[in-house]
Design a protein around this ligand. Structure first.
Ligand code: DOR
Ligand code: ZN
Length: 348
């Protein structure tokens, strides 16, 4: 197959940042995706519905003219999120989930949850109102090896949440291990997962190939090849619990190429094209549409997009960098060739 036409996709996990930097990256997502779940880990984080409304307005104002991209907002869960905030969020109609960052787990997670016992009441209200919990699934215990943090999180934190709140919708974001894939496959209804292009494309050798590669550092960190293969199997399986979420996470080149560099891989410039390469290699291009355009919308109980998009096999060169506010960012596959290209969009 050298060409594929599919329903316009959505990105169910995206970092857009704010201000001038946001204006430089949002066009990449809006070019392809109909909607995106926008992560709330700004500084300071988006902890209220009011904050989400303001952030949404800024995103819409930064969109290029004639784009129809819709940002789907989220709230950042803290130890002190009041249950009444959840009610307001649902009533607003613009908040589609609440993000659980274990405090200290990743970029801008300092204000996150220090003890899951503190958010029991909020989770109960979310379950009652049908608002999904989006989970960064890594423990922060320094005694746990970095590469084991997701698997340990499943046992210590996620399994109890899923059991104690049987009505709660839970998305395990950016799964990286075969353990997480099995957990989601075998969990009760309402448990789903997003999968990034970088975790489908690379294993942990990519962080150290020929020297240290800060642009391949993200959290959860890339894992062994057998885990990557489990992710490819899950994404291409047709199982509706797995859907597209890029976790595209822009950082300036200076903050990545530093003695203590930031976690995050930028993929919004080529995300769908890279997923297409993964699905093609797995002989599953016919399943790309469901993964990218159906499963997430169905999970979030939103209508599927009506526009379409055509990808063709036509190699193109990824630029070495993109502008990012006052600075620049190095995208995934910078300077390399991507096999699939977007030929045509019909975003009605
Ligand atoms: O690599 C990551 N970058 N993982 C996260 O969880 C956060 C993200 C970011 O915001 O940069
Ligand atoms: Zn993320």
């Amino acid at each position: 197959m050298t060409q594929i036409t599919m329903t316009r996709p959505d990105d169910w996990h995206l970092h857009l940042r704010d201000g001038a930097a946001m204006a430089d990256v949002v066009a990449h997502s809006a070019r392809v995706f109909g909607r995106a779940i926008v992560m709330p880990n700004l500084t300071p984080p988006v902890v209220t519905t009011d904050g989400a409304l303001g952030y949404r307005r800024r995103i819409l104002a930064a969109l290029p003219a004639e784009t129809t991209f819709e940002p789907l907002m989220t709230l950042y869960l803290t130890d002190r999120t009041p249950p009444a905030e959840i009610k307001m969020a649902v009533e607003s109609g613009i908040v589609h989930g609440v993000k659980l960052y274990p405090a200290g787990a990743t970029t801008n997670s300092e204000a996150g949850v220090t003890d899951i016992a503190r958010v029991g009441e909020v989770l109960a209200v979310m379950a009652e109102l049908g608002l999904p919990l989006q989970v960064h699934g890594e423990v922060t215990d320094p005694g746990v090896d970095l590469f084991d943090r997701e698997a340990v999180f499943l046992e210590r934190i996620l399994a109890p949440i899923v059991e104690e709140h049987p009505g709660l919708k839970v998305v395990m974001e950016h799964v990286t291990t075969s353990e997480a894939v099995s957990f989601v496959e075998n969990a009760r209804d309402g448990v789903a997962a997003t999968i990034t292009p970088h975790h489908l494309l690379m294993n942990r050798n990519a962080i150290f190939s020929g020297g240290i590669r800060p642009h391949h550092y993200c959290l959860p960190v890339l894992k062994r090849e057998r885990h990557r293969q489990a992710l490819v199997r899950a994404a291409t399986s047709g199982n509706a619990r797995f859907f597209l979420g890029t976790d595209s996470a822009p950082h300036s080149v200076e903050t990545k190429e530093a003695p203590c560099g930031c976690a995050g891989i930028y993929s919004a410039h080529a995300a769908l094209e890279l997923y297409a390469g993964v699905f093609e290699a797995a002989g599953a291009l016919d399943r790309l549409e469901a993964f990218a355009s159906f499963h997430g919308a169905d999970y979030y109980q939103l209508p599927r997009n009506t526009g379409s998009i055509t990808l063709v096999q036509k190699p193109w060169l990824v630029p070495p960098a993109y502008r990012f506010g006052e600075s620049s960012l190095i995208p995934l596959s910078a300077g390399e060739t991507v096999a699939w290209k977007i030929e045509e969009m019909d975003c009605h």
